[in-house]
Design a binder for this molecule. Sequence first.
Ligand SMILES: Nc1nc2c(ncn2[C@@H]2O[C@H](COP(=O)(O)OP(=O)(O)OP(=O)(O)O)[C@@H](O)[C@H]2O)c(=O)[nH]1
Ligand SMILES: [Mg+2]
Ligand SMILES: [Zn+2]
Length: 339
Amino acid sequence: MSRRPRDLDEDDVRVRPGRGSRPRSRLRPAHAEAAVGFVVAIDRGRYTCLVDEHDVVAVRARELGRKAVVVGDHVELVGDVSGRADTLARLVRVQPRTSLLRRSADDTDPVERAIVANAEQLAIVCAVANPEPRTRLIDRYLVAAFDGGLEPLLVLTKADLANPQPLIDAYALLDLRVVVTAHGEPGDELPALLRDRLTVLAGQSGVGKSTLINALVPGALRATGDVNVVTGRGRHVSTSTVVFDLPGGGRVIDTPGVRSFGLAHVDVNRVVAAFPDLLAGAAQCPRGCRHALPAGGATVDDDIARCALDDWVASGHAEAARLDSLRRLLSVGERSDPD
Ligand SMILES: Nc1nc2c(ncn2[C@@H]2O[C@H](COP(=O)(O)OP(=O)(O)OP(=O)(O)O)[C@@H](O)[C@H]2O)c(=O)[nH]1
Ligand SMILES: [Mg+2]
Ligand SMILES: [Zn+2]
């Protein structure tokens, strides 16, 4: 029987990493002779790893097997770790992860693609216009953040083009931090939220992720591109995932824009855990409950496998709108259309 790739990574994920802990303090080499590096970029099988303050380029060692290595991983390196030109180290091991942002190609494809490891925060970047905002994609990122142990942050860009209020209202019930930016400028609030943390920026192509990185990180020099006036879509300018140091401390990771974000791997319990007001109620649910709406026509008496959250809300333990929000998020992982 073949082991599905996602099984290799699930044990690594611990939900909700502690705030403010810096990756460096967790470095703990298992092999006495191995150097520990932090993967900052990957290009055609070459892993650029930060070791002490210098870059070391490494290739995968056979003993790594099929284990995915992604930007943000702490890895163990052997061989030539001098970082001198034309030298290559060997990447022998990936250290346990505190979080993992991952997606599947679509909702039915069990093969997960790890995107970034160990980020504390997921900045979900969405333009209020040009390209048109897609709330279902935001919902999908939220689910991926809760599932992977990242704290979500919604960044609404291009507020110079349209009013951000409808989007702010759409997420008001989620205890989600929202930052609004305009004219490609990060403003004051966003830098404060990024300080001393590892944050990954994700979102559709053309929403302005690289524009923000360029404004936040002097010398980042990320290419940016206009949104196509005919299709209203971004041009998929960024094609690689890269880490940048913020001048005030902390790091940001720029990622390529996506069209779809599959959620085949999601663990319902980790999403429910992001709703503390509903979590205790879910403890009363039948085993394996996916917290869906009661089936049409089912009444309190005739369905023993009923989700307990409806009673939890009816008896005043939580707001009905919160349960609706949770159900909306859980349902995005069950729809097969890529929107
Ligand atoms: N009006 C306006 N335009 C912006 C703003 N932020 C970014 N843009 C423009 O939006 C376009 C796309 O920006 P990028 O930074 O390349 O977008 P991206 O999210 O990195 O896109 P990909 O790399 O393709 O995923 C560029 O023409 C930017 O100048 C903003 O706040 N207001
Ligand atoms: Mg970009
Ligand atoms: Zn339930």
